[in-house]
Every structure is written in structure tokens, then in C-alpha cells.
Design a protein around this ligand. Structure first.
Ligand SMILES: Nc1nc2c(ncn2[C@@H]2O[C@H](COP(=O)(O)OP(=O)(O)O)[C@@H](O)[C@H]2O)c(=O)[nH]1
Ligand SMILES: [Mg+2]
Length: 397
């Protein structure tokens, strides 16, 4: 070995000894110069592109989330229903819509990524779309409602409709003077499931601006509905204002006589009438929450039923709501077993809340509602009637 080679070896050995001495005496120098830290600089970072923390798996729309214990997210490949959320809203409902979507994402959909369809009779603003799109990585579509699905049809005698609206205003009936509210009720009764953006789906979950989901939903209600052959579901049931539907029940009974073939054998008429249909007790399911099967609305019984009711003009001459229309149809054309009460879904639409009473369900769902304030057994609720109806049915079986 020549002199210069010996000299290089001595210098390298000196540098290495200094490195080790400083590594032991200065912790931060040791960490910064460790082999694993240096090599990590050259590995692609899992979070740098997505903006997600390392422990948050990248989004794969075909791989839904299902919840692990205690609300932890576990990514598994699972079955998805052919389902969507549907939200009818005005541009002015923006902030309240944001709140509703934020809540359903937190309580359910961040683990499932079901798509959203937003509908409006005028185009949604860019601001509306921008504010909603950031809330979920699920697909969101924003649609305009075809004119003929929304506005008062020419077949309606406007002078007669106006006279009826004026009377309702005099009587202080809620939304009594509103044409747009009537358009909305008719649209929700007969048209939302025919919108081009909705046609590809079978199941929907209706959400309104400014509603609240109070509990974690630790399973997939769409799959529950599908597996158990349900067609309609509810969380709140109550009495309708008689003044908004004075002739509805009469028309329903006329239709039932004309079409006995559509009436389900094991129907829920007993929940709505104590005299085999002679009179209506006004109980209905509150349709601002619905998870249901659009094949039911698109099928022959409901298609004929809606057309029949629409011809009577009561959406405009009175103020028929989509809630009694949907509820009566579900009660008559579906069997009792096909209607599901989702006790475990804590849900609020001003001014009423359904909160699970069962302590285990309430705890497991980490519910933010007060079970003592649940609407279920309020005097205005039809829940006890539903319970009794189900009980008598069970006893007869
Ligand atoms: N695009 C649109 N949506 C409406 C209109 N009126 C009501 N809605 C929507 O229809 C649903 C029911 O209306 P809402 O005002 O909440 O009625 P309520 O729940 O019966 O008091 C909500 O999703 C509203 O955002 C309207 O004129 N245009
Ligand atoms: Mg509402």
C-alpha cells in the first residue's frame, strides 16, 4: 500500500469514528442520519399524492367500507346495493344541505361511498356543486328536473286551484298558499324515481337539507332491505293534517275497488283504518326519511295509483303530501313484512326526533340524541298504533 492510500484510510476511519461518537452523544443527529430515514426519502410517499394520512387507505370506489368495532373503519371488499342518496334542494338550501351530507357521511357513508343525486327545478349553482363535492369521495350528480315533472299541469283549473289556496291561507294551513310546495309534493309522489339520473338505480335513501343523523349506522340498510325483501322503510310515523287531504281517502278507496288485483294479501290497511277502509285515521310515514325500492314506485300498482290520483287534481285543488300518498300505497300494495321500521337509525327533522330507546342500541350507535325526547310515543305519533298493529298480526299467525 502506498503512502497516499494509507492516508485516505486513516481519514475515512477518522470520519466514521467521529460519526459514531456524535450519533451516540447527539440523538437528533443519530435519527437524521439513520439508514432507514435516508432510504425513506427515496421511497414514494403513500400520503403525498392523496393528501390522506398514511393509515387511511386510498379510495377504491369498488371497495366499500364496512365498520369495524367501535366505529373504526375497516376496508373490506363487500357487496354494494344498486342504490343512491337522493336530495331535492333549492340553491338557497346550500348550507343546510351541507350539514345533512356531512352528517350522513360521518355516521354511515364514509364507509360505503354510495353515490348522491341532487335534484332541483333550476340548475344548481357552481357554488352549490363546489361546496357539496368536497364532502365525500362518492360520486355526486346534480340534475335539473324536466319541466313536465315539476310544474302545475295545464289540466289543472288554475282559478279553482287558487280559490282553494286562498281558503287554506285563511285557515292558516301550513304551506296552504304555496304552489311550489305543491309542485314538490307531486314531484316526490310521482316523478323523482323517473328522473334520468335516478333510472340506473333501484334503491334510494331520501335526505333533506337540515336533517340530522344521530347514531352510527354500523351496517348497510340498503343491503338489509334487499336481503329481507323490504320495499319501504320509516323512522317516524304521525298523523296528517286532515285539511290538506279532505278527499284523498275517498279516491284511494275508489281506486282499491277498481283494482282489487293490486291490494296485497297481507297489507297494512289495519294500521290506517279501524273500520276496514271506511275512514282513514290519518297515520302515515314521514317521508322526509325514506329508504325504499324504486321498483315498487315504478311497478304497475303504484303507476296506476299515481296516475289515478293525479287525474283527480288533489295535489293542487287540495294539498296532498307525498308522505300520505307513499304511505297509503306502501300499506295497500306491499305486504306488512315489506315495511321496515328502522328503530336503530337516530333521525331528526325539525321538530321531531326518533332516538333508539334500547340502551344497547343507543350506546353501540354512539347516539347524540336523547332517548327520553324521542317522538315515538308522543301523542301526535302513530308509533303505538304501528306496534299494536304488528302485535295483533303476530298473534294471528
Ligand atoms: N328544488 C326545490 N326543492 C324544494 C322546493 N320546495 C321544497 N323543496 C325541497 O323539498 C323537500 C321538502 O321541503 P321542505 O321545505 O323541507 O318541506 P317540509 O319538510 O314538509 O317542511 C326539501 O328537500 C326541500 O329542499 C322547491 O321549490 N324547489
Ligand atoms: Mg323538510
Amino acid at each position: 500500500m502506498n503512502t497516499s492510500a494509507r492516508y485516505v484510510i486513516v481519514v475515512v476511519a477518522f470520519i466514521i469514528s467521529i460519526h459514531y461518537i456524535v450519533s451516540f452523544t447527539h440523538e437528533s443527529y443519530g435519527r437524521a442520519t439513520s439508514i432507514s430515514n435516508i432510504t425513506s426519502k427515496f421511497r414514494p410517499s403513500s400520503s403525498s399524492n392523496s393528501g390522506r394520512p398514511d393509515n387511511f387507505p386510498a379510495h377504491n370506489p369498488d371497495s366499500p367500507w364496512i365498520p369495524g368495532g367501535n366505529g373504526n373503519d375497516t376496508l373490506v371488499v363487500d357487496k354494494h346495493a344498486n342504490a343512491t342518496f337522493v336530495i331535492l334542494a333549492r340553491n338557497s338550501d346550500l348550507q343546510n344541505t351541507v350539514r345533512s351530507i356531512r352528517e350522513i357521511e360521518d355516521r354511515f357513508n364514509r364507509r360505503h361511498r354510495y353515490p348522491y343525486v341532487f335534484l332541483n327545478e333550476v340548475p344548481f349553482t357552481d357554488e352549490f356543486k363546489r361546496r357539496l363535492s368536497v364532502l365525500s369521495s362518492a360520486k355526486m350528480e346534480f340534475g335539473v328536473i324536466p319541466r313536465e315533472h315539476w310544474f302545475q299541469p295545464d289540466s289543472i283549473d288554475e282559478a279553482k286551484a287558487k280559490a282553494s289556496r286562498d281558503k287554506m291561507v285563511e285557515k292558516n294551513i301550513i304551506y296552504g298558499g304555496s304552489v311550489s310546495y305543491r309542485n314538490m309534493c307531486r314531484f316526490n309522489s310521482g316523478f323523482f324515481f323517473r328522473h334520468p339520473l335516478m333510472e340506473k338505480y333501484r334503491w334510494y335513501w331520501r335526505i333533506e337539507p337540515d336533517v340530522h343523523f344521530h347514531c352510527d349506522i354500523n351496517y348497510d340498510p340498503f343491503l338489509f332491505m334487499e336481503t329481507n325483501k323490504k320495499v319501504y322503510s320509516f323512522t317516524i310515523t304521525m298523523y296528517e293534517y286532515q285539511a290538506t287531504i279532505p278527499t284523498l281517502w275517498g279516491h284511494v278507496m275508489d281506486f282499491a275497488k277498481l283494482h282489487p288485483e293490486f291490494i296485497a294479501h297481507d297489507n297494512s290497511l289495519g294500521f290506517m283504518s279501524s273500520n276496514n277502509g271506511e275512514s282513514y285515521n290519518l297515520c302515515h310515514f314521514w317521508s322526509n326519511f325514506e329508504i325504499a325500492d324504486m321498483e315498487f314506485w315504478r311497478g304497475p300498482a303504484y303507476t296506476a295509483f299515481f296516475e289515478y290520483l293525479d287525474k283527480q287534481g288533489g295535489f293542487y285543488y287540495e294539498r296532498w303530501g307525498d308522505a300520505p300518498v307513499h304511505s297509503i300505497a306502501a300499506a295497500l300494495f306491499a305486504s306488512r313484512d315489506q315495511i321496515q321500521f328502522f328503530d336503530d337509525i337516530g333521525y331528526e327533522h325539525n321538530p321531531y326526533t326518533h332516538c333508539p330507546k334500547n340502551k344497547d342500541v343507543w350506546e353501540k350507535g354512539r347516539c347524540s340524541c336523547d332517548p327520553a325526547k324521542s317522538f315515538d310515543y308522543d301523542g301526535y305519533s302513530c308509533m303505538s298504533k304501528w306496534d299494536r298493529f304488528i302485535e295483533t298480526k303476530k298473534k294471528r299467525k
